[in-house]
Ligand binder design. Structure first.
Ligand code: GTP
Ligand code: MG
Length: 326
């Protein structure tokens, strides 16, 4: 009983209860669990998706955990393939997974080229759903859901192609999309600015809502920060997995006859902005939107479907859409 008697006395001495200690508790829990982020790269063949994946892993955030550079040329991607690396910085662990996909656009008819991508994304939602509705639920459900999809736009300098519009329109309904201009080293500064603006206009005109979506800004501060990002999208990126010696420092870059493009240098291209958005500033938000919006849409649809199926089995009318057809 003595403990109970003493407690109020402590409170009387100072009004400090120590609620702020919860931050330390949360920090410790988060440190223990670590963080996970799954990023997918999508776009036409040859735009540098596999290269950018390697760039992400070799760039500053993760340099520690990566093994020696392979000097081999990156082959054309044939299958959807995930690569994960554990990254650690100042005691914080993170598992970064990049899902590389084969480029499309090689076929004469590219009408349904978004299907395998959509199927993969939905399959990850389905896997998560099955774990969630399992009676013996795991304490932590492994999360293979695609948190963010980097869409590669070819650096034509003109406008979006119908294929890009169609692809992004469909994808943006099921996943966070961050569009990038691929191989931005092929555009002059004026071309780049013009193209970026043009793409923003076309996204708006076609009702394609890319990340960070305006409707999910939570307050004025969010709005201010995200408006800045929305003004910069699409990021004009350059990728490389080769390191070069520039002014005595080893840098990821592309060496040409007229100089070396440093991919992590913001004076050269916008790769660093993309990386910071994904990993440094918006990771939690990207994951939140995945689970509270995109996954939720999938979950509700699937559970409704099940109910309809049960109703049908009982002789009641049903509607005919299944998630895999969407
Ligand atoms: N100029 C330039 N070339 C690049 C860039 N990124 C990649 N490349 C080159 O483009 C070619 C294709 O790169 P990949 O990374 O294999 O392209 P991909 O999108 O994975 O192609 P698929 O696997 O067929 O879909 C390679 O020769 C790369 O070195 C870039 O930012 N600028
Ligand atoms: Mg590839």
């Amino acid at each position: 009983g003595s403990v109970l008697q003493k407690a109020p006395v402590v409170l009387k001495h100072s009004c400090y209860v120590g609620i702020d200690a919860i931050l330390e508790q949360m920090r410790r829990k988060a440190m223990k669990q670590g963080f996970e982020l799954n990023i997918m790269v999508v776009g036409q063949s040859g735009l540098g998706k596999s290269t950018l994946m390697n760039t992400l892993f070799k760039s500053k955030v993760s340099r520690k955990s990566v093994q020696a550079t392979s000097q081999e040329k990156i082959p054309k991607t044939i299958h959807i393939k995930s690569v994960s690396h554990d990254i650690e910085e100042k005691g914080v662990r993170m598992k970064l997974t990049v899902i590389d996909t084969p480029g499309f656009g090689d076929q004469i008819n590219n009408e349904n080229c978004w299907q395998p991508i959509m199927k993969f994304i939905n399959a990850q939602y389905e896997q998560y759903l099955q774990e969630e509705i399992n009676i013996n639920r795991k304490k932590r459900i492994p999360d293979s859901r695609v948190h963010c999809c980097i869409y590669f736009i070819p650096p034509t300098g003109h406008c979006l192609r119908p294929l890009d519009v169609e692809f992004m329109r469909r994808l943006s309904k099921v996943v966070n999309i961050v569009p990038v201009i691929a191989k931005a080293d092929t555009l002059t500064l004026e071309e780049r600015d013009f193209f970026k603006q043009k793409i923003r206009e076309e996204l708006r005109a076609n009702g394609i809502d890319v990340y960070p979506q305006k409707e999910f800004d939570e307050d004025a501060e969010d709005r201010m920060i995200n408006d800045k990002i929305r003004e910069m999208i699409p990021f004009a990126v350059v990728g490389s997995d080769q390191e070069y010696q520039v002014n005595g420092r080893r840098l990821l870059g592309r060496k040409t006859k007229w100089g070396t493009i440093e991919v992590e240098n913001i004076a050269h291209c916008e790769f660093a902005y993309l990386r910071d958005l994904l990993i440094r500033t918006h990771m939690e938000n990207i994951k939140d939107i995945t689970s509270s919006i995109h996954y939720e849409v999938y979950r509700v649809r699937r559970l409704n479907e099940n109910n309809t199926a049960v109703a049908h089995a009982n002789g009641l009318p049903q509607h005919h859409m299944t998630s895999h057809e969407m």
